[in-house]
Design a protein around this ligand. Structure first.
Ligand SMILES: *[C@@H]1O[C@H](CO)[C@@H](O)[C@H](O)[C@H]1NC(C)=O
Ligand SMILES: *[C@@H]1O[C@H](CO)[C@@H](O)[C@H](O)[C@H]1NC(C)=O
Ligand SMILES: *[C@@H]1O[C@H](CO)[C@@H](O)[C@H](O)[C@H]1NC(C)=O
Ligand SMILES: *[C@@H]1O[C@H](CO)[C@@H](O)[C@H](O)[C@H]1NC(C)=O
Ligand SMILES: *[C@@H]1O[C@H](CO)[C@@H](O)[C@H](O)[C@H]1NC(C)=O
Length: 674
């Protein structure tokens, strides 16, 4: 990872500022972090941007002058107190920005920091290192499992690293001691207090809406001597995870050593689009006017409400009839049917905050079933055709009976009007593609990867050959492989592509699947078979071993198509060159070689040349050897065309020169050749 570090320092007044140690400050302006930071008062602060080569930048704004945090290197840290008002305006509520943090750092800015999940505080190599000397309070709006985040709306105390020493869901305790949750991304103004008491060595963090006074009970209270983490002189500031998904505003900020931070004057806060004050004390001259408008609006709302009520009653009576008709046959699948109400409660009304992801087939929400408290993932699919619904549900019931340790269990379904809901076991670690591509410091080692490949093979073997019916998955790819809490791989979404064929295929005309994993033969025949899955599984094996996507348009020409690249390496007698460089030397030679060759064999352009899943499992377990003649048969595919742009022309596959005599798993290949 080559991270270009871009440093812009505005108005650095180093010489003069270092010497003047102060007690505190009060700032009644604001600054904004978005794609970049906008400073409203540039005399007081420095802006530092550390960027990686990606799309987001980590922004930091630090106060220009340092503070004295202790008297001598071994002395104990002084008390301090700071308060600021923050607003997070999410542009796309479905996708989380990662949040921001208040930070105390030895320098004006934190060098080398990365955006996104690193919150502009640390990077993959220095995260958790005690030589950082950074103490921070994060306002985190995304759940990063690698840092043990508790949810996607929490505060945490971070000492030298992003795994919080203490964290809690954002909220406050009201005067009766009841906990009230606050939603950080609401765009509302939230006041934050960070206070350290030298005597009791206690760090408190408190947040509250600006309309209520500061609660007595803090949200976080950490008893820890902070002295070892501070140098004598430290700087204070903010860092933002950056990105275009949300903007972070700081309105007013006061800081004081050895005393209580000054109150921020709320009446001087500027109005910013998207930021709600939510302040009840806004009365004044306009009060009457507001009352009048309110009266009109309320009576209008009343009339509309009445109309809706009548309309609703009509709708309900119609709907009841509709459900009754279907229930006769749906009764058959009784145990697999969930009530819409239960799913609605489980997912808190399908709130955006419960959204785990979006896929070709629909959105997936996290939920907790009422009564049983079982964690579930609910896939919501819209389904236009009423035709085939019966088949549809029958098939779901079948799939619901499948049991295999490497399959994500389908617990049941629910349907309502034009929507279908599939209920699965919840997998806390998310999908494999996240591990492969989105978590730079969570690199799977070879042992884990080999296990994942074997797990998926065993699941596919079960679907193809061990269950009473043959089940074709049709969409094997890392995004559909989920990782459970013990790092076992589990195949999800089985049979879905087929299901969606019955109704409306969302993306492609008839060929189901994801580009890059689609068997070239199916493009002509239009029929999926188990061979289609085996092709995709071949690509999957290569992908997991090489750590890159099957088609990468940005790569140099010979590397664009992964299969071609692995083939090319093999031709040159250097097949291991294709192995993911992130693995370093950490792999078992004969295993990687086996997986790469088997991957090529499975993704052979001619379906008949591909092994069955039972053979694949045997090869992977070492119970059978890859045939000697493998090299000639795999290499006989038409890869030679160096001028080829993008995809290989599989149509021109030369017939006849393929030796498969020693392979036992093929049907008549000769009759299949063209
Ligand atoms: C900063 O914002 C405050 C409040 O809106 C305003 O009074 C002040 O003029 C602004 N300063 C600069 C430099 O823009
Ligand atoms: C991480 O940050 C440190 C400074 O704390 C810097 O020296 C190092 O180069 C950074 N590493 C990466 C990979 O960016
Ligand atoms: C922590 O950082 C220091 C200085 O950057 C480095 O020498 C040391 O090896 C790091 N320690 C660990 C455990 O990474
Ligand atoms: C921190 O919170 C505790 C209550 O949990 C309180 O007794 C203590 O005075 C607080 N300290 C500061 C510095 O606010
Ligand atoms: C807050 O600011 C307003 C306008 O600048 C001023 O009139 C008022 O006195 C200030 N209030 C406090 C408590 O400082």
């Amino acid at each position: 990872m080559s991270c270009t570090i871009l440093i812009l320092c505005f108005f650095l007044k180093l010489g003069s500022s270092e010497s003047s140690i102060q007690d505190g400050f009060l700032f009644n302006g604001y600054f904004k972090f978005g794609d970049s930071a906008e400073l409203n008062n540039s005399n007081m602060f420095s802006q530092v941007i550390y960027a990686d080569s990606g799309l987001s930048k980590a922004n930091q704004v630090f106060y220009n002058h340092p503070f004295k945090f202790k008297n001598s290197p071994t002395g104990s840290a002084f008390s301090f107190s700071t308060t600021f008002i923050v607003a997070v305006v999410a542009k796309d509520p479905e996708f989380n920005g990662h949040g921001l943090a208040f930070a105390i750092s030895p320098s004006k800015g934190i060098p080398g920091a990365l955006p996104n999940q690193h919150l502009g505080l640390f990077n993959a190599s220095n995260n958790g290192n005690s030589s950082n000397h950074v103490v921070a309070v994060e306002l985190d709006t995304d759940q990063d499992f690698q840092f043990n985040d508790i949810d996607d709306n929490h505060l945490g105390i971070d000492i030298n690293g992003l795994v919080s020493v203490q964290s809690a869901t954002a909220g406050y305790h009201d005067e009766h001691g009841r906990f009230k949750q606050l939603y950080l991304k609401s765009g509302k103004l939230i006041q934050v207090w960070v206070e350290y008491e030298s005597l009791n060595q206690r760090l408190n963090v408190t947040i509250h809406p600006i309309k209520i006074p500061k609660p007595v009970l803090p949200l976080l209270s950490l008893t820890k001597d902070l002295s070892p983490y501070f140098f004598e002189v430290m700087y204070v500031g903010f860092s933002s995870a950056g990105g275009s998904k949300s903007s972070h505003y700081i309105f007013g900020w006061s800081f004081r050593m050895n005393g209580q931070a000054d109150e921020i004057n709320l009446s001087t806060l500027p109005d910013i689009p998207g930021v709600t004050r939510d302040n009840e004390g806004d009365a004044g001259d306009g009060y009457r006017k507001v009352q009048k408008i309110l009266a009109v609006v309320l009576s209008l709302v009343g009339v509309i409400f009445l109309l809706l009520l009548i309309f609703g009653a009509l709708m309900i009576s119609r709907r009841r009839k509709f459900i009754q008709v279907l229930e006769d046959w749906e009764m058959l699948y009784g145990p697999h049917r969930f009530s819409y109400k239960d799913l609605f409660i489980a997912t808190k009304g399908f709130r955006q905050r419960q959204l785990l992801g979006k896929g070709g087939f629909g959105r997936v929400y996290r939920g907790i079933l009422p009564f049983s408290n079982v964690q579930i993932a609910v896939k919501r699919i819209s389904h236009d055709s009423r035709q085939g619904m019966r088949e549809f549900v029958a098939e779901i019931a079948t799939i619901g009976r499948l049991r295999h340790p490497n399959l994500v269990r389908l617990l049941g379904y629910c349907r309502r009007k034009n929507e279908l809901f599939l209920v699965y076991d919840y997998m806390p670690n998310g999908s494999l593609d996240k591990f492969l591509y989105q978590l730079p410091n969570c690199i799977l080692n070879w042992k884990q990867r080999f296990k994942i490949i074997k797990d998926v093979a065993s699941a596919l073997f079960y679907l193809h050959q061990q269950w009473v019916q043959v089940i074709i998955h049709r969409d094997i790819k890392p995004a559909n492989v989920l990782i459970d809490d013990q790092m076992n791989a589990r195949l999800g979404d089985f049979g879905l592509a087929r299901l969606c064929d019955h109704g409306n295929a969302p993306q492609t005309s008839h060929v189901a699947g994801t580009p890059g994993y689609i068997d070239p033969e199916i493009v002509q025949s239009g029929k999926s078979t188990t061979c289609t899955d085996i092709y995709a599984f071949g690509v999957f094996m290569l992908e997991v071993t090489c750590g890159r996507k099957p088609v990468d348009p940005q790569a140099s020409l010979e590397k664009v198509v992964l299969i071609d690249w692995v083939m090319n390496c093999w031709d040159r007698g250097a097949i291991l060159e294709a192995v993911d460089c992130k693995l370093g030397d950490d792999y078992v030679l004969h295993e990687t070689e086996l997986v790469l060759k088997l991957g090529l064999l499975c993704s052979h352009p001619v379906a008949a040349a591909r092994p069955s899943m039972s053979s694949v499992v045997q090869f992977l377990d070492g119970a059978a050897q890859l045939p000697e003649s493998l090299s000639s048969m795999t290499k006989s595919r038409d890869f030679g065309d160096d001028s080829g742009q993008g995809r290989v022309a599989y149509d021109e596959f030369p017939s006849g020169n393929v030796t498969i005599a020693s392979l036992t798993f093929t049907e008549s290949f000769a009759s299949d050749g063209r």
